[in-house]
Design a protein around this ligand. Structure first.
Ligand code: NDP
Ligand code: OXD
Length: 303
């Protein structure tokens, strides 16, 4: 078995060491492939056009936790997401930071600071703020645990409504009940057919008045114009976005200059190259052993 690696040089150096130590074969870049039939695994952000060049390809491993950038793969080729507890913890940290910033009126204080204005805003205890998390998977569950331990009242929304300790989890059919108790709405959904454009005018109208939005899922889930209108109407008070539509957000985009919105440029998590290589090695071993692939994506469902 051999892994074809298509990514940047810094990551390649770390992966090459880990693969050499594990005694597994790794080839960096398509130009270095002399025997396409030897390639069984591919690690990339997006695969090359002609995957049929690799007749024995079994698994594509995404460089990221999200797989929405992947095209339809040839029949029989599995897709695996990146699994790295470090990524999950970093996104959790970003979500906790954003939730606290909106809970404690930081967009208002940052705007006041521009004017040298010393003025207290109404404060609120964590126990009096309800945080609703869309997507109770690996990251949503972590965020729920941490925010719950800080005293916030946590609910979650997921396709299955699977129970998570410390949170009231709603299933897809219970969206209204979930939204109406989300003072701060956190989006940690994967981008799929069902979730594209889900953060829209209709959804904002179903939140408590002056709710806040924390978005770290994918940009295409958010209708940016609807966000602006919801802020203008008072349906939303503020938003913190790590993902936007489009990315990068153009320099003249209104969201950069709106004091009610804080944007970070898709930096909630940075990849730990060594952890990524360890996960890829576990996928290769699982393929060899015919055991379940860690991080395998249901390609019909899209996550
Ligand atoms: P998981 O696959 O572990 O969890 C996904 C969650 O979303 C599950 O709870 C799932 O429900 C739920 N879900 C999926 N589709 C729907 C739907 N149609 N309706 C309701 N719920 C749905 O993913 P992770 O937690 O690991 O990551 C989530 C996303 O975070 C990634 O896909 C990526 O887009 C984003 N991300 C962003 C990063 C950043 O830097 N901003 C970094 C890393 C990830 P169920 O539990 O029932 O299956
Ligand atoms: C990811 C991301 O999916 O960085 O890993 O967004």
């Amino acid at each position: 078995m051999a892994l074809l690696f298509i990514s940047d040089a810094a990551r390649a150096a770390v992966w090459a060491d880990a693969f050499a130590e594990a005694g597994e074969d790794m080839i960096v870049g398509e130009a270095a492939v002399t025997d396409p039939a030897a390639i069984t695994h591919l690690m990339c952000w997006k695969p090359p056009q002609d995957l049929l060049r690799y007749p024995n390809l079994r698994v594509v491993i995404s460089a990221g936790a999200g797989v929405d950038q992947m095209p339809k793969l040839p029949e029989g080729v599995d897709l695996v997401r990146a699994i790295d507890p470090g990524i999950e913890e970093m996104v959790r940290d970003w979500v906790v930071m954003a939730t606290l910033m909106l809970h404690r009126a930081m967009p208002v204080y940052l705007a006041q600071a521009q004017q040298g204005l010393w003025k207290a805003q109404a404060g609120k205890h964590a126990k009096d703020t309800r945080v609703g998390i869309m997507g109770m998977g690996r990251i949503g569950t972590l965020a729920a645990q941490t925010l719950g331990s800080m005293g916030f009242r946590i609910s979650g929304w997921s396709r299955s409504g699977r129970a998570v300790a410390g949170a009231q989890v709603f299933g897809v059919q219970q969206m209204d009940a979930f939204l109406e108790q989300s003072d701060i709405l956190v989006c940690l959904l994967p981008l799929t057919r069902e979730t594209r454009g889900i953060l829209n005018a209709d959804l904002f109208a179903r939140l408590p008045e002056a709710a806040a939005l924390v978005h770290a899922g994918r940009g295409a889930q958010l209708d940016m114009q609807a966000l602006r209108e919801a802020l203008d109407s008072g349906a939303l008070s503020s938003a913190m976005l790590d993902v936007t539509d489009p990315e990068p957000l153009p320099a003249d985009h209104w969201a950069w200059r709106d004091p009610r919105v804080i944007v970070t440029p898709h930096v909630a998590a940075v990849t730990d190259h060594h952890a990524g290589a360890m996960h890829a090695l576990s996928v290769i071993r699982a393929t060899r052993d015919n055991s379940p692939l860690p991080g395998r994506i249901d390609q019909n469902r899209g996550y």
